[in-house]
Structure formats: structure tokens, C-alpha cells
Design a binder for this molecule. Structure first.
Ligand code: BV8
Length: 255
């Protein structure tokens, strides 16, 4: 069945004043980044807490660094896909637009999105746990194993949020404000199971937003969504961007 956007949703996206795109690993899946919990997911072999946690890192830093080096390698060869570019197109058209992402791959910014809140950090950044000095990937690759800070000898870690760690305060506060102020909140390509990020769609809905979910599979959020588009973000987001461009060309009375 050819995926379509209903006239009602086209009107809604054309009229929306403040749009939020809340994205998860599914949006990057079409760029070749493995998801976490899908059948091909990286968590399918290992439990998240066994790798993406401070305990895991302190217990076995080289195992955790091996895993991140593997993921950095995958991410060095990827590019934004039509879903990322569609969100950047939509941002240009909407009076207010924000991307709140759980992804750590930096693809939204590379596709041209400007207001992007990275709730779980960014794999391209690293820092010394002892003195906080930031380090780029070239330093980490050259370290070839567990990178130690040349300034203080401390352990260098990826700048991502691990389980049991709090989210970056500014990104979180800005994301809650964006969710509370949205009239259209799109939850895209996320299994909606990781908190506190997964609470944002309901914060938006409770504040009056229309909650749209895009995912090939239903999630725990689907039952609460006002509309569920079953399919890939790389298919539906370009359709939504097209509908928005068409609607913004029409005078208001013709929408
Ligand atoms: C916190 C970064 C508290 C690192 C990640 C017990 C112990 C400790 C904590 C907890 C606990 N129980 C609950 C918690 C809280 C915990 C949590 O929520 N756990 C869950 C699993 C139950 N949360 C935390 O620990 C958070 N911190 O709570 O701190 C605190 C409070 C005060 C003081 C101190 C501490 C921190 C959570 C962040 C963890 N970091 N990653 C790294 O990546 O290495 S989690 C990881 O999951 C990623 O960030 C990812 O983004 C996130 C969510 O996953 P998704 O993005 O949704 O990806 P997933 O694979 O699950 O789903 C993909 C979806 O895409 C699927 O639905 C699929 O159908 C769909 N899809 C596939 N293809 C497509 C598609 N969709 C569209 N198009 C396609 N083509």
C-alpha cells in the first residue's frame, strides 16, 4: 500500500506553529546505524547495562572502549538519510521547530537541522573523567585501547549518557520547554522505553500537542498517540515535508 498523508494531517502540519521532532535510533537505521532493541539491535546480544553504564566502564574499560570504537567506526562511514533531510526542510518552514534526539551520531546537524537537543550526548566527543579535558576522535583512535588523559592520567570516556547517569541539564530543560510549547509533537523511530526521554511525548500531549508517532512497529506510546503512521521515517518524513511545503504555498483559506 502506498504510504500517504491524510488531508487532515497535511492541514495540521501546514498550520502548526511549534513543531517538535523527537527521534530515536530508527531514524538513523536507514543510514546504516544499527538500532538497540530491534531484531538486528546491538542490545540483542548484550544487555545495555553491561556496556552503556559507569559500572561496566569501571569494571572493564577496555571492553567498553572496544564497543564504542566499533560503533565509532560504523558511524564514521554513515551519512544523513532522507528522513534527516526532511526534518531540516521542515525546520525552515515552521515558525518554531526543534529536534530532540536520543541519537548520538550527529546526523541531524549534518543534515542541516539547527535546533537540535542531544539528550544522550554525542559519540564524536570524549572527555577525561578526572579533569574534564575534551578529546576528539583522533586522540582516541591514536590511543589504540583505553585512552588516558596526557594532562592528568585520568581515564578518557565517550561523551554519552550512560544508564544511571543524568541527562545534560541544559538539553533536558530546553527539551521539556519545547515539548510543553509544541502544538505538533512527532515521536519518530523510537521504542519509547528509555526514561526520562520517553516521558517527553506525554509531556507534550498533556500540554495540548497533537501527538504523531512514526514507526514500522507499534510501541508502548502508540495507544496514546493521536495518530500513528506505520512505516519508515525515511518514507513518511519526506511526505510530511512535501505536504508542509505545499500548504505553506497556499493562502490560509485554501488549506
Ligand atoms: C537516568 C547512550 C537517573 C549511550 C543510552 C534501572 C537501573 C538504572 C536506571 C534505570 C533502571 N530502570 C529504569 C532506569 C532508567 C533508565 C531507563 O530508562 N532504562 C530503561 C531501559 C528501562 N534510564 C537511565 O538510566 C537514564 N538516566 O534515569 O538517570 C538518575 C536520576 C537522578 C540522578 C542520577 C541518575 C539514562 C538513559 C540513557 C541511556 N543511554 N544510550 C549509547 O548509546 O551508547 S540508551 C539508548 O536507548 C540510546 O540512547 C537510544 O537512543 C535509547 C532509546 O532507544 P531508541 O532510540 O528508541 O532505539 P531502539 O532500538 O530502542 O528503538 C528503535 C525504534 O526504531 C524501534 O521502535 C524500531 O521499530 C524503529 N525503527 C526501526 N527502523 C525504523 C524505525 N523507525 C522509523 N523508521 C525506520 N526505518
Amino acid at each position: 500500500m502506498t504510504p500517504v498523508i491524510s488531508p487532515g494531517l497535511s492541514r495540521r502540519i501546514g498550520d502548526a506553529r511549534a513543531i517538535v521532532a523527537f527521534t530515536g535510533a530508527g531514524v538513523s537505521a536507514e543510514s546504516g546505524v544499527p538500532t538497540f532493541r530491534g531484531t538486528d539491535g546491538i542490545w540483542s546480544k548484550l544487555k545495555p547495562e553491561e556496556l552503556a553504564s559507569m559500572n561496566a566502564f569501571m569494571k572493564n574499560p577496555s571492553m567498553v572502549w572496544e564497543w564504542y570504537a566499533h560503533r565509532k567506526k560504523i558511524m564514521s562511514g554513515i551519512a544523513p538519510n532522507p528522513g534527516h533531510f526532511a526534518l531540516a526542510r521542515m525546520e525552515k518552514l515552521a515558525p518554531s521547530f526543534a529536534v530532540i534526539t536520543q541519537n548520538i551520531d550527529g546526523l541531524h546537524r549534518r543534515a542541516g537541522s539547527r535546533t537540535v537537543y542531544e539528550l544522550h550526548g554525542n559519540i564524536e566527543r570524549n572527555y577525561c573523567m578526572k579533569c574534564g579535558t575534551p578529546y576528539g576522535d583522533d586522540f582516541v583512535v591514536a590511543a589504540n585501547g583505553v585512552p588516558l588523559c596526557p594532562a592528568c592520567g585520568g581515564l578518557v570516556r565517550p561523551d554519552v549518557v550512560w544508564f544511571g547517569e543524568t541527562l545534560p541539564e541544559d538539553e533536558w530543560d530546553a527539551s521539556v520547554r519545547a515539548a510543553e510549547g509544541a502544538d505538533l509533537f512527532m515521536s519518530i523511530g523510537t521504542s519509547a522505553v528509555v526514561y526520562p526521554a520517553a516521558s517527553l511525548p506525554l509531556v507534550a500531549k498533556r500540554s495540548g500537542a497533537y501527538l504523531l508517532e512514526i514507526n514500522p512497529e507499534p510501541t508502548p506510546l502508540t495507544a496514546q498517540a493521536d495518530e500513528y503512521l506505520q512505516g519508515a521515517s525515511g518514507v513518511f518524513l519526506p511526505l510530511l515535508a512535501g505536504a508542509m511545503e505545499a500548504a505553506r504555498r497556499l493562502p490560509h483559506s485554501h488549506r
